[in-house]
Ligand binder design. Structure first.
Ligand code: CAA
Length: 380
């Protein structure tokens, strides 16, 4: 049975900053951000645009025109949830009035959480437990480091929603072929009650590369080293994908095998759980017609750490399916803001744990407001 991604949609914050302008404001050579890190633009989430709002918007887009009664599972992969107990998936389920009979939960392991969801959904369908129903997996996060820190130019925000089905129109996952690697390391973390992440930046790069070596070897062993036309990596910043690729394969193959997946990432920044799938969406938007019936590799890394190298067979229907994501329109709808405006937005963010969280979800004509910490009034 072929199981995998049938549809993809993304949701991005409405504002972004230009990386050359950010570098200039920090007194840093712009080439460090654009060439050294590979970043062009960075998405900036405003207070109302939280992880729930981004996720709900992405799910609404991926479900447009589809029969929601076929859905049996909703998983949100996130490391920037809005409550210690109530999952983002629960808010999304309520906001979009999805079927009551669904299994609904979040998955967390830093940036790997989305892949945990993809694998859970694929294995649920492939095992027959889904009884012909489909799953939604959405990766939604806001990457925050402190202003003026080394991590600042690697922030971003956004959500990627995927419909997981039998006979998928985008790509069938090679279930059981994954190589995995984990280790208890403190490369990146976010203590309870803290909004910005803590990171040991250069060490985190080393942890990523070590995990990749082991996971890639595991995938090769399981699949016999199937031929890969492209590889999408987890993209905390675009240069990381280059470092990763050159760590396992000849550098001369980077431009062909990896560069096409980075254009979209370079205009959004790190979106943690969704970064790998943002790369996949960008790759298919650019090259799906050429990739029909070809196998691609995917590497998911979550600090802490765990990781998975897996592969997928691109469907001949992928071009048609990715066009429905209208990625160009989603990017073009954003507004560039100045560094001063970005700093004002960061300062205006409500303190963690307050009861004032809200978000507008859906099109202008169908906006809904949700209040996070209010009893029995989650959807209005
Ligand atoms: N022109 C061109 N290039 C320049 C330059 C200039 N003027 N100045 C510097 N560079 C290059 C450097 O040579 C370097 O490139 P190489 O790595 O290829 O040598 C690159 O720009 C970055 O320079 P530095 O290493 O000096 O940068 P830094 O120390 O200020 O910070 C960072 C880099 C450690 C990645 C930092 O941005 C950071 O901590 N980011 C957050 C952590 C992160 O993203 N880790 C990734 C792995 S963990 C993970 O993947 C999970 C996750 O999502 C967080």
């Amino acid at each position: 049975m072929l199981v995998g991604i049938d549809a993809i949609a993304i949701a991005l914050p409405r504002r972004y900053v230009d990386m050359e302008e950010l570098a200039a404001a920090r007194g840093i050579d712009p080439a460090k951000y654009t060439l050294g890190l590979g970043a062009r633009e960075m998405a900036v989430a405003e207070p109302g645009e939280d992880t729930v709002a981004l996720a709900a918007n992405a799910v609404e887009r991926v479900l447009a025109g589809r029969d929601r009664r076929d859905l049996g599972m909703l998983v949100v992969g996130t490391e920037t949830g809005v409550d210690h107990s109530k999952p983002v998936a629960s808010f999304v389920h309520g906001l979009l009035e999805l079927p009551r009979t669904m299994r609904v939960f979040d998955t967390q392991h830093a940036c790997y959480g989305g892949t945990a969801g993809v694998m859970a959904a694929c294995e649920w369908i492939a095992s027959g437990a889904g009884r012909g129903r489909s799953a939604i997996v959405v990766c939604s996060d806001i990457a925050r480091y402190g202003i003026g820190t080394a991590g600042e130019p690697t922030q971003g925000a956004g959500a990627v929603a995927m419909l997981i089905t039998e006979d998928p129109a985008i790509a069938a996952i090679d279930i059981g072929g994954s190589g995995t690697a984990s280790a208890h390391v403190h490369d990146f973390w976010r203590p309870l009650g803290q909004r910005e992440a803590e990171v040991d930046g250069h060490y985190s790069v080393q942890c990523y590369l070590e995990a990749l070596t082991l996971a890639y070897a595991g995938w090769r062993e399981k699949t016999g080293g199937a031929e890969l036309a492209r590889i999408c990596y987890h993209v905390p910043f675009c240069k990381m994908a280059k470092k990763a690729h050159e760590h396992i394969l000849p550098a001369s193959t980077f431009e062909t095998m990896v560069a096409p997946s980075l254009a979209l990432c370079s205009r959004v920044g790190n979106i943690y759980t969704g970064s790998l799938y943002l790369g996949l969406a960008g790759l298919l938007d650019a090259q799906s017609a050429d990739l029909a019936n070809q196998r691609i590799g995917l590497f998911s890394y979550g600090s802490g750490c765990t990781s998975e190298f897996f592969s997928a067979l691109v469907s001949p229907r992928a071009h048609e399916a990715i066009c429905r994501a209208h990625l160009g329109e989603v990017l073009a709808a954003r507004t560039r803001i100045s560094v001063a405006e970005y700093e004002r937005i960061v300062e205006a963010r409500e303190p963690l744990g307050t009861a004032t969280g809200f978000a507008y979800v859906g099109s202008e004509s169908k906006q809904r407001r949700y209040v996070r910490n209010e009893r029995s009034a989650h959807t209005r």
